[in-house]
Structure formats: structure tokens, C-alpha cells
Design a binder for this molecule. Structure first.
Ligand SMILES: CC(C)(COP(=O)(O)OP(=O)(O)OC[C@H]1O[C@@H](n2cnc3c(N)ncnc32)[C@H](O)[C@@H]1OP(=O)(O)O)[C@@H](O)C(=O)NCCC(=O)NCCS
Length: 189
């Protein structure tokens, strides 16, 4: 599956993550501000973490799509599900966009693709978590119908030992998708 989109005059290509992407994903992660990686459960600047992510994607636990611009990875969206858990109806979304292409609408477009994957998988609820100071992320998700459901105090410890709170946002897939379909992006409940 390959999909192209032009956002604010910049062309992006969306495609599935493959085993051959290890080094490009590592290069993408290494260029991101360290603070932007704290919402992820693992440190994706580490080779073994990226290898495990690729393996989990190949095993079906993640659906991972990469956004490329001029051959370089500049964004990604991953949807995690666990059909064997008590939450087979829930997916967790993770989205990341490279600093140099932010504010082009790529983050919003990627989350929209996340909704499509969730609908395809028959999920009814999506969650996303981020540190509470990630204003851009919170805005993108809230615009698409996510609302705060939980605050986890001191959930993340960064490389300097500093603690950060995480906010968990959630949304009903059918409601949010219907609203996006009917009104386009940017309508909030
Ligand atoms: C969150 C993130 C993916 C957004 O990517 P992006 O491509 O810049 O987002 P978009 O251009 O689609 O922005 C969509 C809307 O979010 C809001 N927004 C974007 N950047 C913002 C900022 N720095 N401050 C406040 N609002 C912001 C705007 O309302 C924007 O709409 P507009 O441009 O029409 O005004 C990106 O900032 C990122 O990778 N952050 C770090 C990782 C993270 O926290 N991920 C979320 C955890 S799942």
C-alpha cells in the first residue's frame, strides 16, 4: 500500500514499515528532539528497540506506516492492538513528525489514517498518550475527537532522571470517524 498526499505544497508518500527500514527509522528517531520521544513506551533511538518494533509489526501487533519526503522518513504512525487481551476492541495510536516538516498538516493527516486502520480492524476505541506539555499533539488529537481520560503522574523518567506526567486521551472510533467524514477535520465535539 502506497499513498501520496500534498500538504501545503509539500509531497509526502505513505507506506508500510518493512524489515529494510531499520536504519532509516533509526536516523529519523535520532534527529527528533529527545523530549518528543518520551510518550513512547520504549526508546526508539536504540537499534534493539527498532528491531523489536519491526518484528512486532511483522507479527501483526502493530500496524506501522511511514511518511517519506524525498526518500527520507519524516513521520510515522503506529497502531498497537492486542487481540488476546481483555481490550481487543482498543487500539493505541502513536504519531511522530520530524521537526522540519511540522505544521504542514502531516500529523493530523497521519492520525486520520490511524482512524481508517482502526475502522478496518473493527476497533471501537482509540487511545493516545503524551507528556502534558505536548501542546501540538494534544491539539491534533482533540481536534479529531479525542478527550482526556487519565493523568499518570511521574509516569516517565527521562535520560536526566527527571519525571514527567503523561496524559491519556481516548475517543470513540465510530463517532469520530463519522464526524470527520461528514465535516472534515477540525470539528470538535
Ligand atoms: C504532534 C505532532 C505529530 C504534530 O505534527 P504536525 O505535522 O506538526 O501537526 P499538524 O501540522 O497536522 O498540526 C495540526 C494542528 O495542530 C495544531 N498545532 C500544530 N503544531 C502546534 C504547536 N506547536 N502548538 C500548538 N498547536 C499546534 C494546530 O492547530 C494545527 O492546525 P493548523 O496548522 O491548521 O493550525 C508533532 O508535533 C510531533 O511529532 N510531536 C512529538 C511527538 C508527540 O507528542 N506525539 C504524540 C503522541 S501519540
Amino acid at each position: 500500500m502506497i499513498q501520496n498526499v500534498t500538504l501545503k505544497g509539500v509531497e509526502f508518500e505513505l507506506r508500510e514499515l518493512t524489515a529494510a527500514d531499520r536504519n532509516t527509522v533509526l536516523a529519523f528517531a535520532a534527529a527528533l528532539p529527545a523530549h518528543d520521544l518520551l510518550f513512547l513506551r520504549r526508546d526508539i533511538t536504540q537499534t534493539k528497540v527498532v528491531e523489536a518494533w519491526i518484528a512486532a509489526t511483522e507479527a501483526g501487533a502493530f500496524t506501522t506506516l511511514l511518511a517519506e519526503h524525498e526518500g527520507a522518513v519524516v513521520g510515522c504512525i503506529a497502531l498497537y492492538t492486542d487481540p488476546l487481551s481483555w481490550s481487543p476492541h482498543v487500539g493505541e495510536l502513536r504519531v511522530l513528525v520530524a521537526d522540519e516538516v511540522r505544521k504542514h498538516g502531516l500529523g493530523r493527516w497521519l492520525v486520520e489514517q490511524g482512524f481508517r486502520i482502526a475502522l478496518d480492524k473493527g476497533l471501537s476505541k482509540l487511545t493516545a498518550q503524551m507528556t502534558i506539555d505536548q501542546k501540538a499533539a494534544i491539539t491534533v488529537f482533540e481536534e479529531l475527537g479525542f478527550r482526556g481520560e487519565a493523568l499518570l503522574k511521574d509516569q516517565v523518567r527521562d535520560a536526566d532522571g527527571k519525571m514527567h506526567d503523561l496524559v491519556v486521551l481516548a475517543c470513540d472510533v465510530a463517532n469520530a470517524s463519522a464526524r470527520i467524514e461528514a465535516y472534515g477535520i477540525g470539528e470538535s465535539a
